[in-house]
Design a binder for this molecule. Sequence first.
Ligand code: LCS
Length: 393
Amino acid sequence: MNTKNKGFDTKLIHAGDFHDEFGSAVTPIYQTSTFSFKSAEHGANLFAGKEQGFIYTRIGNPTINALENKLAELENGFGGIALASGMAAVSTVYAAILKTGDHMISTGAVYGPSRAVMESIFADFGVQSTYTNTAVLENIEKAIRPNTKMLYLETPANPTIELTDIKAACEIAHKHNIIVVVDNTFSSPYLQKPLNLGADIVLHSLTKFINGHADIVGGALIVKDEQLYKKVRKTMTYMGGNMDPHQAYLVIRGVKTLSIRIDRAQENAMKVAEFLENHPKIEWIKYPGLKSFPQHELAKQQMTGFGSMISFGVKGGYKAGIVLMNNVKLALLAVSLGGVESLIQHPASMTHAGVSKEARLEAGITDELVRYAVGIETVEDIIEDLEQALAKI
Ligand code: LCS
């Protein structure tokens, strides 16, 4: 079915679907590493790009392509590329765009390994980077060098929930021919569409909201124009960070309920945020839906919802945060986010432990920061769980 002019929920269910000759209702799993050619000429034509078809699963596969086409439609891009993990997407996009002597600018508070892979492995290949608070647009302007090739934004950022104005940042970058990549993991295309705001590439850890069920790890890149898409796709194919067909099948199943899962999670998050904001043991809280959130207006402008990620500090700092984490019973003490279950974790010692303490503090990832990923359980139970754990402090 052609879903190009259909609504977002229709695209979630039907976009990109691949139906076989038996009329299967869902895209089947093509668990095969290779595809036989009808003749030597057919094989040669496929390799030469003269005929469309499948050659080898690292290059393309019907199940994986169905997911890629769905994601491309959801983000309004030319094409999608599915990868083994969000980090495979991060390192593939770095490798596709940056070469020795190039410079990139990035949000200081990005997911820890997205920064660590740049500052360790890519730095060893001679790629320069500046990590700064991209919420302040002048910081981007100031960081631009003649050799800057990429602006890598994460908004909302993990775990500070700080936002970057995507449209304004893209205008600055494009004046200098800088490619803009936006990690849209925290919002998903349901809440934010960076390509519509001017970005060139959208990145996802599919592990999170898009799959939504905490049962796979996966990543994706969605590219706005054909030329850049081909370049990034070639990098993925050569480097081999492709997704597996079974993984793609599960993501296709998970993404169908994206909007209804996020609707419930963010409805819950608003109530949890209000509860925490008014709790005497909470020192500070950041949630884009709260009026007290410094970038509440920007959130309303570039997002269609506030998401379900909350960060906060407990009075008594790190030690009190540990008591809270050790006493929650409903929320799992676990990294990751965007699944149906509530999760709590401590970024400084967990997700962002690979980033130096100095860089972490400069990015606002303080030792007392606790991150809560609100799930879709009964909200009264989530709040009751937090209440009993806070009482232990
Ligand atoms: N980008 C963001 C914003 C992320 O939060 C993550 C993972 C990644 C990229 C990497 O994706 P992965 O390879 O894990 O699929 N974030 C995690 C987190 O906050 N807790 O555990 C993983």
